[in-house]
Design a protein around this ligand. Structure first.
Ligand code: BGC
Length: 345
């Protein structure tokens, strides 16, 4: 087990960005950069032992800055969307940044994901990243102290521990926005990857990708991943939900009890033999199939075209503050948001 710190790149304003690489005794490694506490690489063997990086991303900081994909970044204060950039807490309305077409708030306005986080090596297998979000940032109430700790075990599990404490009532929903390609991007899209999701229901969305409030069974729909199937098998179906999002970009309701660590899903790539298992204690997961990737150059200069990666963003459901029937993520003064997601290869 080891953690090494190296200089990754320099921000256009001169600030340094560092890369922390955690390597386990199997030679599996995870690289995290301080901008956005971004998971920049996750290197693991294929069936022949050939190492490959399964995180879709960039070779330098400008790639990250110029991209609108949020790849690998930690998202806060509220992952996914808030309708109309508005919500009400204890009778007071809050207006947050409408960074998506001037209509919705997406990924908290991008503040957590673009910030430079402080990092400390806490053990030979763990690095802790912290970020202070001042009261009113992007319109969200509360001074929030957020902490994300990445731990890589010898069981090839990358644990992401989230903690955030607020000094005023607020909403908190944090995630990691990694795009995975188990064959590495050199081998094209993820449409042939097989995916299984431990989810009987999903939340359909309107034309702005805001949940309508319906909790729809996946049964007999293209959203049924209860048994392994190729991501590309039904993605082109003429289901209005798929057509409006150009593929999967939906929250699935994870079976079992929220607050309990449980299986979210598994993916496997027949060609490389690589596998991924995702566990979380949150109520939902966003399956996003890179529908809006538009060919920007990624690692090694490879164009990141549509469907070059898939995300499993563990989360509270999108727009929860405006849906009292969804599991809530309101935190009071002194309360802590605490959550764990595991990516196991
Ligand atoms: C959203 C997509 C969005 C993407 C941005 C995902 O979490 O659901 O709609 O395009 O983030 O990279």
């Amino acid at each position: 087990m080891s953690v090494t710190k190296t200089h990754y790149d320099t921000m256009p304003d001169g600030r340094d960005v560092f890369l922390y690489t955690i390597e386990n005794n199997n030679g599996v490694s995870a690289g995290i950069i301080t901008r956005g506490a971004t998971l920049n690489s996750f290197v693991c063997p294929d069936r022949d032992g050939v190492m490959g990086d399964i995180i879709v991303g960039f070779d330098n900081i400008l790639g990250h800055i110029n991209s609108g994909t949020y790849t690998g970044e930690i998202i806060g204060q509220y992952a996914n969307r808030i309708a109309g950039g508005k919500f009400t807490l204890s009778g007071k309305e809050y207006n947050v940044t409408k960074n998506e077409k001037g209509i919705t708030c997406l990924h908290g306005g991008g503040e957590y994901s673009s910030a430079l986080w402080k990092a400390i090596i806490v053990d030979d297998d763990a690095v802790e990243f912290s970020y202070h979000s001042p009261d009113g940032e992007q319109g969200f109430p509360g001074n929030v102290d957020a902490k994300v700790t990445y731990v890589l075990t010898d069981r090839n599990e990358l644990e992401i521990h989230y903690e955030a404490v607020t000094d005023a009532e607020t909403v908190i929903n944090m995630t990691n926005h990694a795009y995975f390609n188990l064959g590495t991007t050199a081998n094209g899209t993820i449409l042939d990857h097989e995916l299984m999701l431990n989810c009987d229901f999903f939340t359909p969305t309107d034309e702005n990708s805001i949940p309508t409030g319906e909790i729809r069974p996946v049964e007999n729909t293209a959203f049924d991943f209860r048994e392994f199937k190729k991501i590309g098998r039904d993605i082109g179906e003429n289901d209005p939900q798929l057509v409006q999002c150009r593929g999967y970009d939906h929250n699935f309701c994870v079976n079992g009890e929220s607050g309990t660590l449980r299986l979210v899903g598994k993916a496997r790539d027949e060609k490389s033999g690589r596998k991924l298992e995702v566990l979380s204690d949150l109520p939902g997961v966003q399956l996003y199939t890179g529908n809006f990737m538009d060919g920007e150059p990624g690692k090694g200069g490879i164009g990141l075209d549509k469907n070059f990666g898939f995300c499993l963003e563990t989360q509270y459901y999108p727009d929860t503050p405006n849906h009292p029937s969804f599991p809530q993520c309101i935190f009071q003064k002194g309360e802590k948001f605490k959550s764990l997601t595991i990516f196991k290869v």
